[in-house]
Each structure stands twice: as structure tokens, then as C-alpha cells.
Design a protein around this ligand. Structure first.
Ligand SMILES: NC(=O)c1ccc[n+]([C@@H]2O[C@H](COP(=O)([O-])OP(=O)(O)OC[C@H]3O[C@@H](n4cnc5c(N)ncnc54)[C@H](O)[C@@H]3O)[C@@H](O)[C@H]2O)c1
Length: 484
């Protein structure tokens, strides 16, 4: 389905930047009012409503993603709809257990008390989303925020305006504005929002903007979850199943046109298998996207770069690499009219090239040959900790060695990207690639405050209260001796 203009997506019923303060105040008031009555049933009803609306809007979502960056419909279903719908299903199934206060056994020191860890809603949360999975990364966190009993403001990305409008319409149709509101806009709008004392900020985007978000959050001591990016390395060992490695790497890299936070950024391949591996990569690209440049440009299965600015950025990366001696051995063809960049494979990368430093976030894959795995591990450890790291090898100890000696948000063995789909795995980065985690119970906990609750039953702790008579002092000394 083609969308010619934003108006066709539907009339937005959405807060604008002028109404930021009043929207926030309304959410705050409503959140306090409903605090005691936000039951399991109420939360599940909201999740059901969200699921129904998403399903009702399915064709609009597909059309909007096509209008924004020619994202293929099957990719929209697999990477935008499925993760959010699965998150709803999984959350509904487990929410009762997650919400239940967890009994904690009394320790000797507080014998005679009863204790619980009681998750409570953080309050009013801000969700700032990126453009690359515009629906998934706006509504996925919303599922966790609602499950945990919060109100939320969503600020979708201005770079995918059609999808942003659809999100606004879904939310306006599904929730009262004092429970969930969408505020559309750019960085300036995000900055206005960030000045407000949100109870939690869930940000997905680049590490550079993540730092600004954390700085702004610090002013109000708002807690943060930062889902960031970086250069996720992939290592193909000497005993890799070459065909399988190429299949997963080509899919993980070129789906969404390389604009995936957990896409393999670059590949280290053992020199002994480099030639057949490079050939296998080329074969996979041909098999999926077509044998000729024309076929690759016309296939409906290949997404586009999101806008002219990013097209320019990614094209310049290729030009910079070429001018410094890189060998573009597949692709490299670009068409500015369509923000099209062919699936591109690059050899002979060197440290003076921009592709060796920047997160590529586009359809270019540098392939680097190695002899000694220690040098690869050292290189990874010399750089900021990545969001994901992938290893392909049949030999389990090869992967184990790398995973033990490096730090990354997630690690995958003989696959790429798929870990995103497991609702029981924490999804998140580490330091430069992120702080905190999302998905399933991890998402619920990100949006919850774990309140410590203790009740006195028949404890003897009052025997240690002042005045500090000789008897009390003796008791305290004994307590320190026994418990310390
Ligand atoms: N870890 C993850 O789950 C994940 C998922 C997708 C994308 N990413 C990362 O996101 C990046 C690409 O997305 P992007 O280009 O939309 O990121 P971005 O950081 O430029 O923008 C993300 C959001 O922040 C807002 N923003 C931009 N500048 C801002 C500023 N100065 N102050 C406040 N808000 C501002 C944008 O309007 C947008 O809504 C990549 O680095 C990618 O790896 C991470």
C-alpha cells in the first residue's frame, strides 16, 4: 500500500510541544489518583486494548513504514508487529507473578519481622524512541510501562513521520490522554520533555544523545534506561559452518538496510576460510536480493536508508574507505534519488578509515581477516563495549573463550539478532551501548520501583534501644559479635 501524504494516515489527535507542561501535569494528577486502584485486571485490559488497536491498524502501520523508508511488509510484520504483540502476550501471561510482592525470609538480626519486596509503579514515564524500528521501539517499552502500572508520554522519532502519526493515532484511540500521550517533534521537543521531572526515562537511540538524556535526567534525579548502539563485532572462526554464518550475517546486516542496533557491524574472519566465506556472503546477497545491481535496486525485499542526510553519511563512509585503499568487493552502488545503497562488502579496512570508528548503521559490511584470536579480542576490548557480539564456530570452546574475555550487552553463537525475540532474555547494552534492560520481566522491573516493605510481628529489636544501660550495651556487643 502506498501513502501519498501524512493526511492519509489519519487525523492526528495528539499533544504538540505547546501542550507539554499541561499534558505532563494531567498525567501526574491522574497517576496519583489511580495509584491504589491500578489492578492486575485493569492493566491486562489496557494491554488487550493496545493489542486490538495494533491489529486494527496493521495495514496503516505497514503503509506508514513503506512511506517512511520503503520497509518491506514482511519485515514490518516480523520486526515491528511481532515483537510488540509477543511482548503483550508474554506480559499478560506472567504479570500476576511479576506484580506479586515477593516474601523475603527474616534474617537473624530482624527475627520477628515479616518482609516483602513490593514492585510499585514508578509514576509518569517518558519513552523516547528512534526511527529505525519506529513502532516496535515506541510501543514495546509502553507495554512494560503499562504492565508496571505507569502513565507515559511517548516521543516518537521525527525521522519516520508517517509511522509517528500512526503511533499517535493508535494511542489517542486506545488510551485517555492522562494515561498515555504522544508528543511528536524533534530534538528541541525532546529537550523540553527532558526538563520535566519524569519518574523514569526510557530512551532508545545513539550513545551521543544518550549522554544528553542522562545529563538532563540527572537534574531531576529521574531514573533512566538507556538502550543505545555501537559497533557490534562478529567473529567467524576457523571451524565455522561457512554457509550458515553467511546466511545469518547477510540477514542480520542487510535487513532494515543495516539500520539495526544489533546488526553485525563488521566481521572478523579467520584467514584460512576468508576466501570461501567472502564468496558465501556474495552468494547469499545474490540469493536474497538478486543477482544484478538492477535486481537489487528493484526488489521489494530491500529497505531504504531513512533520509537524504543518512544516505549522505553512509555514502561518505564508502567513499572515505575507497579513497584510503579499501577494496569494495561487492555493491558500492548508490542512488541518491531513492536513498538506495546496494548491499556492500568491503575488504582491506584500516584504522584511519571512518568505517573503523563510526557505528555504520547502513548496508555496508567490512570483512577483516585474522590469524590470531587474541588480537581480535584485544581490539574488541580496546573499544567501547558493544551492544551485541556474535561468534560463528562449531568448536564450543572457541566461542566460550571470546565470550568470557569480552563484555557486551548480549552475545550470540552461530546466529545474529535473534536474541531480541526471546522475551525472557534481558535486552540491553553495557556502558556505552546502554544502561538497564528491557523485555519481559526485565522491562517490567525497569518501570517499577522495588519497594522494601517490613512489618513488625514480635521482633526483639527494641531491646537494643537507648538508654544504653549496661545490659543494653552488652546485648549490642553480643549482636555485633554474633551477626557481624
Ligand atoms: N539499543 C537499542 O535497543 C537500540 C535500538 C534502536 C536503535 N538504537 C541506536 O539508535 C541510534 C539510531 O537511532 P536515531 O538516529 O533515531 O538515534 P538518535 O539518538 O539520533 O535519536 C533518538 C531519539 O532522540 C531524539 N533526539 C535527537 N537528538 C536529541 C537531543 N539532542 N536531545 C534529546 N533528544 C534527542 C530524537 O528525536 C529521537 O526521538 C543508533 O545508534 C542505534 O544503534 C539502539
Amino acid at each position: 500500500m502506498q501513502i501519498a501524504s501524512l493526511a492519509e494516515v489519519g487525523l492526528p489527535n495528539v499533544s504538540t510541544s505547546d501542550t507539554i507542561d499541561s499534558t505532563f501535569a494531567a498525567l501526574k494528577r491522574a497517576q496519583l489518583a489511580r495509584r491504589g486502584s491500578f489492578t492486575l485486571e485493569a492493566r491486562i485490559a489496557q494491554l488487550d486494548q493496545l493489542r486490538d488497536s495494533i491489529k486494527r491498524y496493521e495495514s496503516n502501520i505497514i503503509a506508514a513504514c513503506a512511506a517512511d523508508f520503503r520497509k518491506p511488509a514482511p519485515e514490518v510484520k516480523l520486526t515491528e508487529l511481532l515483537p510488540v504483540l509477543q511482548e503483550i502476550r508474554h506480559t499478560k501471561k506472567h504479570l500476576r507473578k511479576w506484580m506479586r510482592p515477593k516474601r523475603v525470609a527474616a534474617s537473624i538480626g530482624v527475627w520477628g519481622t515479616r518482609s516483602y519486596v513490593r514492585p510499585e509503579p514508578k509514576g509518569v514515564c517518558l519513552i523516547i524512541a528512534p526511527w529505525n524500528y519506529p513502532l516496535n521501539l515506541a510501543l514495546g517499552p509502553l507495554v512494560s510501562a503499562l504492565a508496571a502500572g505507569n502513565g507515559a508520554i511517548i516521543k516518537p522519532s521525527e525521522m519516520t513521520p508517517h509511522t509517528s502519526k500512526v503511533i499517535a493515532n493508535i494511542v489517542a484511540e486506545t488510551f485517555p490522554p492522562d494515561l498515555v500521550s504522544v508528543i511528536e517533534g524533534d530534538a528541541a521537543v525532546a529537550q523540553k520533555l527532558l526538563a520535566l521531572p519524569f519518574d523514569h526515562i526510557f530512551f532508545t537511540g545513539s550513545p551521543a544523545v544518550g549522554k544528553l538524556v542522562m545529563e538532563a535526567a540527572a537534574r531531576n534525579l529521574s531514573s533512566v534506561t538507556l538502550e543505545l548502539g555501537g559497533k557490534s563485532p562478529t567473529i567467524v572462526g576457523p571451524d565455522a559452518n561457512i554457509k550458515k554464518a553467511a546466511r545469518y550475517i547477510v540477514w542480520g546486516k542487510f535487513a532494515n538496510n543495516g539500520q539495526t542496533c544489533i546488526a553485525p557491524d563488521h566481521v572478523f574472519v579467520h584467514r584460512s576460510i576468508a576466501a570461501p566465506f567472502n564468496e558465501a556472503l556474495k552468494q547469499q546477497i545474490g540469493r536474497i536480493y538478486g543477482k544484478t545491481p538492477e535486481a537489487r535496486q528493484s526488489t521489494p525485499d530491500y529497505c531504504r536508508i531513512v533520509n537524504a542526510r543518512h544516505f549522505q553519511r553512509v555514502s561518505s563512509l564508502i567513499e572515505d574507505a575507497k579513497s584510503k585503499g579499501a577494496n569494495v568487493f561487492e555493491g558500492g552502488i548508490t542512488d541518491a534519488e531513492e536513498n538506495f545503497i546496494a548491499p556492500t562488502l568491503i575488504a582491506n579496512m584500516s584504522s584511519d578509515m571512518d568505517i573503523s570508528r563510526e557505528e555504520l548503521f547502513g548496508p555496508i559490511l567490512p570483512v577483516i581477516e585474522f590469524d590470531d584470536i587474541d588480537s581480535v579480542i584485544n581490539k574488541i576490548n580496546d573499544n567501547p563495549k558493544p551492544l551485541a557480539l556474535y561468534v560463528f564456530d562449531q568448536n564450543k570452546s572457541f566461542a566460550r573463550n571470546i565470550i568470557e574475555r569480552t563484555s557486551s550487552g548480549a552475545a550470540g553463537i552461530n546466529l545474529t539478532v535473534v536474541h531480541f525475540l526471546h522475551p525472557d532474555l534481558p535486552f540491553g547494552g553495557v556502558n556505552n551501548s546502554g544502561i538497564g534492560a528491557s523485555h519481559g520481566e526485565y522491562g517490567f522491573r525497569a518501570f517499577s520501583h522495588e519497594k522494601a516493605l517490613m512489618e513488625d510481628k514480635h521482633s526483639l529489636i527494641h531491646l537494643l534501644f537507648p538508654p544504653y544501660t549496661r545490659w543494653v550495651r552488652r546485648l549490642i556487643d553480643a549482636a555485633v559479635r554474633i551477626l557481624g
